[in-house]
Write a protein that binds this ligand. Structure first.
Ligand SMILES: [Zn+2]
Length: 560
């Protein structure tokens, strides 16, 4: 839950005391955060590695291509030169099996058995896809249940599935979370700020845990924050998955989205009022509602192709507690060959994310120079972020170093190429005890901490740190704001808008277009301090009480 920083500090102290009192001792002092000085970092390394990775020879670093071969070989060489040891039992890489699935020959989605049949055309009215790696997907005469926002959050006492078995049924789910219309960031689901429970990925995951056969999200432009065109274009083409041994057997048979107008028709055909039920779903204690008598049917074929990609992993073993780990991550992949602009069809991904990957090498050098830390430092360059955080997800689900032994970490994705700023923005502030560390390191660099400007966009859930957070590992997520040392907010905004408009995910994201490296170095120094603080301490910072990821951490790492 987002709360002001003063309140949060009081809250943390309270938590520490509570934990201590439970054990029947005198209240323990809050964990001491070690003093770490800002390091000297090599600008040459940062520039050289960024330049090499984003050169045309690497062809935009698309997973499974010759560009991957070059990238992986180059990173291994750089990690070795920086004094790291191979991170995967003597090997520098972890295989990441990827699957591409494309739905073909989709039938209409038909709801029968109500007052009137309701039919949804593929792409126009609904989209369907499967996370199961199988040649055909079929839902036939499946009972339909409305499960509100589709949330099961024990820590909030909220369960939209309460009292109803949805095994084998088709669940219809609202987009976002129950208090998305609340202007301030408060309430059970943090007001307008997005929570994990509001993300579409969560809704499919929970439906699968409940044993539903199909999960259909009702699209609504405002709470979704994008139009149907985005739903259609991102779900009717090829979908990317990390392969698993069971081929996705724990997933629902099918997932999808449907248009709002069609949902209203469907509910009416079952004698229900969609608007009324939507309001009811906002209130705690809401119970799922069966659309009695209505059956859902649809099917499609799946074109499946598999390929192997790799995460690159190096480690700097700790001296005192080598079996405790601090993680640095950055995705090495980018879009490869893409839509040409002025005859150039290579999306070089210099800022996104050659800079973050070069940051790994630069930090590894600095750690080596400073001497080993108490805890081990893991440097992980992950694949397939651009296809849906797949490399980090695969590592988190198949960790080489146990997540219960991983203290926390820093993810670097597209470093600040605009210029040094007076501020840092903390995404997901108030979620974990790492906030106290950020306050300390901001002071060190005399920077002001600001909250993220658009919490409703859910940026916390959109890069690789999320793969670890979801499984309980607290991850730092902060970086330069927009208040430039030279030129202030106006110049900062102009700089980021210029990047978004002209270079983001386009062939123009090239090494030569990076004109300022000082902002990057400034952030990297803070990332060094953040990781080193954890690595020289014996603290295990957790998510705050009531946070959506707290239960995962408490489960994997029970309080002793
Ligand atoms: Zn990126």
């Amino acid at each position: 839950m987002r709360i002001s920083s003063t309140l949060k500090v009081a809250g943390l102290a309270g938590l520490a005391m509570l934990a201590a009192c439970k054990q029947g001792d005198t209240p323990a002092a809050a964990p001491v955060i070690p003093d770490i000085a800002l390091p000297d970092l090599s600008l040459t390394t940062l520039q050289d590695v960024t330049k090499e990775l984003s050169s045309d020879a690497f062809e935009g670093r698309s997973p499974g291509t010759a560009g991957e071969e070059k990238t992986v070989a180059y990173l291994i060489k750089k990690f070795e030169e920086a004094g790291l040891k191979p991170g995967n039992n003597g090997k520098w890489t972890q295989d990441v099996p990827l699957v591409e699935i494309t739905a073909k020959n989709a039938t209409p989605l038909s709801f029968t058995g109500g007052k009137t049949p309701v039919t949804l055309q593929y792409a126009k009215d609904y989209v369907g896809f499967s996370y199961r790696v199988q040649p055909k997907t079929e839902i036939k005469d499946s009972d339909v249940v409305f499960v509100g926002y589709g949330i099961n959050a024990p820590e909030k006492g909220w369960n939209d599935y309460a009292g109803l078995d949805v095994k084998g049924k088709t669940v219809v789910i609202l987009v976002n979370d129950p208090d998305w219309q609340t202007k301030e960031a408060k309430g059970e689901f943090n007001g307008r700020a997005m929570t994990y429970y509001g993300r579409w990925t969560y809704k499919y995951e929970e439906a699968a845990r409940q044993g539903a056969a199909a999960a259909l999200i009702v699209h609504d432009t405002e709470p979704a924050a994008y139009g149907w065109n985005v739903v259609e274009s991102s779900n009717t083409g090829t979908q990317y998955l990390a392969d698993s041994k069971d081929g996705g057997a724990k997933e629902t048979v099918a997932n999808g989205w449907m248009q709002l107008g069609k949902a209203k028709e469907l509910f009416a055909s079952a004698g229900q009022d969609f608007d009324k039920l939507r309001d009811a779903a906002k209130v705690k204690g809401f119970k799922p509602v069966a659309l009695t008598g209505v059956k859902a049917s649809f099917s499609f074929d799946n074109m499946i192709s598999k390929k192997m990609s790799r995460n690159v992993i190096g480690v700097l073993p700790g001296t005192k507690r080598p079996d405790e780990y601090v993680l640095y991550t950055a995705h090495w992949d980018h879009l490869g060959r893409c839509q040409p602009v002025a005859g150039d069809d290579i999306c070089n991904g210099a800022v996104d994310n050659a800079t973050g990957t070069a940051g790994l090498v630069t930090l590894a050098q600095a750690y080596q120079k400073a001497g080993a830390a108490d805890r081990s430092i893991v440097f992980l360059a992950v694949t397939a972020e651009e296809s849906g955080l797949l490399g980090s997800k695969y590592y988190a689900e198949n960790p080489i170093f146990p997540l219960a032994q991983t203290v926390g970490g820093v993810n670097m994705d597209a470093l600040n190429a605009v210029g040094p700023t007076k501020d840092i923005v903390v995404v997901g502030r108030g979620k974990s005890e790492l906030d106290a560390y950020v306050e300390k390191l901001a002071k060190l660099d005399k920077r002001v901490i600001k909250d993220e400007p658009t919490p409703e966009k859910g940026f916390y859930y959109r890069s690789d740190h999320f793969s670890f957070a979801k499984l309980g590992v607290p991850m730092f997520n902060f970086g330069s704001g927009e208040d430039l040392v030279t030129g202030g907010v106006e110049a900062g905004k102009k700089g980021s808008e210029d990047y978004e408009k002209n270079r983001y995910h386009a062939p123009g994201d090239e090494y030569e277009a990076i004109t300022n490296w000082d902002g990057m170095l400034a952030d990297l120094r803070l990332y060094y301090v953040a990781g080193r603080m954890l690595a020289m301490s014996d603290a295990w910072p957790n998510w705050v009480e009531g946070d959506e990821f707290r239960a995962a951490r408490d489960k994997s790492r029970p309080a002793k």
